[in-house]
Design a protein around this ligand. Structure first.
Ligand code: FMN
Length: 363
């Protein structure tokens, strides 16, 4: 019997299968508000996934570093997200919104008026950010957040968590991976603070844990998960000697908060350094909640990792991006559509809602 394709009850949720749609930024939210095309995109993929995690969505005007990414802080955004959650639910999927504050990864061109590129410290990230007006531009040096800014950001996460529930999401995923604001606090290369939010790992983890505590208190422990990328180097996040010990601390500290899940990133299938199995095993051992693994999964590897109890759920990104009917294709061994990288982040339906399906899906 397949574990991958069978329903599973975890906490208060029964998922129709163990496939999670990985969070994927698609930059279709013109004006930072989801539209009907986005609802259609998620509706198509909801037939294949037990749980959808949305694209990175900012809890704050300051976190809208990329062009055309959605937010979840205004009434218009909450109303618009309701169409997306309805679409997911109409196909029997649960849906969490990924709260992504981009922090120092951004450009003022992409931000609304009055917003700023901020970070734990005024440490520039190497690399460029695409802007619609002027093409790629170097990241600016971020404004170092004051303690008042930190308090305000925690309140923004808390507010966004409540908005997520109001919009019909089952919960939120805190984006603590891939070099964005939460990870900028965790890592010593981007966090040079000398107050209670910098220095030791206990201090560098404090912002993340404060956000977890604020959001779980606001909407409930079963409604909050977090994505982490130990050994991830994306967005100018260098490896360092204490990495494994730091993340082992995080696994223990997050376990103590009682949040619903931890979702680990492994981008070695995309050319990033390998994530040691020892760190995945450490999370499995230390964290008593739900563990989601991701990165380069096909059906066979997903099934075998579930059988080996390495994870409770398996997240799938690019195969689901390109194959709305992935479940059917995996079950029947059909050939998969290849993802078209040229349309990953371009506006419009092309490369978004027009990937072919094997047979017409029921309306
Ligand atoms: C187009 C695209 C956009 C992505 N955007 C996000 C994002 O917003 N948040 C995030 O945590 N990961 C993001 N990722 C990473 C994926 O969630 C996933 O970890 C990665 O694609 C590896 O999984 P896969 O091999 O199943 O595709 C993105 C990946 C792709 C291809």
């Amino acid at each position: 019997m397949s574990l991958l394709y069978s329903p599973v009850t975890l906490g208060p949720y029964t998922f129709k299968n163990r496939i999670v749609m990985s969070p994927m930024t698609r930059s279709r939210a013109v004006g930072n508000v989801p539209d009907d095309l986005m609802a259609e995109y998620y509706r198509q993929r909801a037939s294949s996934a037990g749980l959808i995690i949305t694209e990175g969505t900012s809890p704050s005007p300051n976190g809208l570093g990329y062009p055309r990414i959605p937010g979840i802080f205004s009434a218009a955004q909450v109303a618009a997200w309701k169409k997306v959650t309805d679409a997911a639910h109409s196909k029997g999927a649960k849906i969490f919104v990924q709260l992504m504050h981009t922090g120092r990864i951004g450009h003022p061109n992409n931000l609304p008026q009055g917003a700023a590129v901020v970070g734990p410290s005024a440490v520039l990230a190497a690399g460029e950010m695409y802007t619609d007006a002027e093409g790629p531009k170097p990241h600016p040096t971020p404004k170092a957040m004051t303690e008042a800014d930190i308090k305000a950001a925690i309140a923004e996460y808390e507010h966004a968590a409540k908005d997520a529930v109001a919009a019909g999401f089952e919960g939120i995923e805190l984006h603590g991976a891939n070099g964005y604001l939460l990870e900028q606090f965790i890592r010593p290369a981007s966090n040079k603070r000398t107050d209670g939010y910098g220095g030791s790992i206990e201090n560098r983890a404090r912002f993340v844990l404060d956000v977890v505590k604020a959001t779980t208190a606001a909407i409930g422990k079963d409604k909050v998960g977090i994505r982490l990328s130990p050994f991830g180097v994306f967005n100018d996040m260098p490896l360092y000697p204490e990495m494994e010990a730091d993340y082992a601390y995080l696994a223990r500290a997050l376990n103590a908060t009682g949040l619903f899940y931890i979702h680990l990133v492994d981008h070695s299938p995309m050319g990033a350094p390998a994530v040691p199995q020892s760190i995945k095993d450490a999370f499995r051992k230390q964290f008593k909640g739900v563990l989601i693994l991701s990165g380069g999964y096909d059906a066979a590897r997903a099934e075998s990792d579930l059988e080996a109890r390495k994870a409770d759920l398996i997240a799938v990104g690019r195969p689901l991006l390109a194959n709305p009917d992935l479940l059917e294709r995996w079950k029947t061994g059909a050939v998969l559509n290849a993802p078209d990288m040229d349309t990953f982040y371009t506006p419009g339906a092309k490369g978004y809602t027009d990937y072919p399906v094997l047979a017409p899906q029921p309306a």
